[in-house]
Design a protein around this ligand. Structure first.
Ligand code: BYC
Length: 335
């Protein structure tokens, strides 16, 4: 079962992977060759990819919920149309990513079951609530900004289908980031109440956005191996620092302050130094105890149950088409 594939070593498979094959595989990786679905790959490489790509897909799908919450309440038709398009893009990203994961031999149904049963992870960030319209700005600016920082290097990830999916996803994410920043800019140039709303959103989303990059390198289980396989091109801490360096000047331009008394520019290194992240909070959210974990999973389960008739209709339609093709073939053969 997929859960086992995720969580356990597969001794039989590992034992049959001769060192020569593993070495040749690593040579291909080191030579920057792309690995394609029909190529031989170590079982652990396959498992790591299924884990990462499916978590990424689930994040896109669950990520539709906090913003979807504001579609009916967007302040103008233009804002509504842009938000609707963004949320639809996220659904599309989830589908490309599920398709990329399927090339590794896992089925869509297994992946969806993993999400709905609570066995699979999705990004911690989507377990926080969207309380005001400014949260939609903050999500686009910070969450999509963090996503781009993490995902641009994935366009060069070693597994071909994942890398190719990421190219289109990154183009769309960059539109998402700009629409979010533009919402923040409009609010910051608006009334004092609007600016205060933008500040409050930054206060609530800043630290969770930094947690999106994953645990510190010293505690990251997968980073070292994923870097050797060139699935990841940068470590969690490297990407987090790049994000802070890119984002702090954008926040200062908005006239906002960051909720971090230790944030300061270090002229010697050229980096913004930031304070300690509350990793206890991160662990709580991953363990299912964030502000919205329960609500998010319930929403996905409800949507899945309510969509059952669509899946049944699609299957019935496919069966009817197969039958028609078979009759046509029989008629031609009889003539
Ligand atoms: N939240 O060894 P590590 C989006 C897990 S979608 C939850 O460092 P790895 C967007 C990690 O999975 C954003 N879990 O792992 C959508 C692992 O658990 P397991 C999603 C997290 O894989 C809609 C354990 O902690 N982006 O942007 O080397 C609207 C140890 O971590 C998190 C992607 O998925 C987290 N934040 O590195 C707007 C990008 N962090 O599996 C925006 C692709 C870590 O051992 N994924 N964990 O049980 C990646 O780049 C990597 O998987 C990560 C983690 C950097 C996230």
């Amino acid at each position: 079962m997929y859960t086992q594939a995720l969580n356990q070593a597969e001794p039989e498979t590992v034992a049959t992977e001769e060192p020569g094959r593993l070495a040749r595989f690593q040579e291909r990786i080191d030579a920057e060759e792309r690995i394609e679905p029909n190529d031989w790959m170590p079982a652990a490489y396959r498992r790591t990819l299924i884990r990462q790509i499916s978590q990424h897909a689930h994040s896109e799908i669950v990520g539709m919920l906090p913003e979807g919450n504001w579609i009916t309440r967007a302040p103008s038709l233009r804002r509504k149309a842009a938000l609707l398009a963004k949320v639809q893009d996220e659904g599309g990203h989830g589908l490309y990513l599920y398709a990329a994961a399927e090339t590794l031999g896992v089925t869509r149904e297994e992946l969806v079951d993993q999400l709905l049963s609570g066995a699979a992870k999705y990004s911690s960030i989507f377990n926080y609530p969207t309380l005001t319209w400014a949260d939609i700005g903050a999500i686009g600016w910070l969450v999509d900004g963090a996503a781009i920082m993490n995902q641009i290097p994935l366009c060069r990830t070693s597994y071909g289908p994942y890398a190719r999916a990421m190219i289109r996803i990154c183009k769309e994410e960059s539109f998402h980031q700009r629409q979010g920043y533009e919402i923040m800019l409009t609010l910051c140039r608006g009334t004092p109440e609007q600016k205060a709303m933008a500040q409050d959103a930054l206060n609530r989303w800043w630290w969770p956005a930094l947690m999106m990059f994953g645990p510190p390198d010293s505690e990251s289980q997968h980073t070292a191996q994923s870097m050797r396989w060139k699935i990841k091109r940068f470590t969690n801490d490297e990407l987090r620092q790049k994000f802070v360096d890119a984002t702090v000047p954008q926040g200062l331009y908005l006239g906002l302050t960051f909720p971090d008394p230790d944030l300061r520019f270090d002229p010697e290194t050229g980096h913004w130094r930031f304070g300690a992240i509350d990793w206890e909070e991160f662990r709580r959210v991953l363990a299912g105890h964030g502000p919205c974990n329960r609500e998010r999973l319930e929403a996905r389960r409800r949507a899945h149950a309510e969509g059952a008739w669509v899946r049944e209709a699609a299957l019935a339609n496919a069966a009817k088409r197969r039958q028609r093709t078979a009759y046509a073939a029989q008629r031609i053969a009889a003539e």
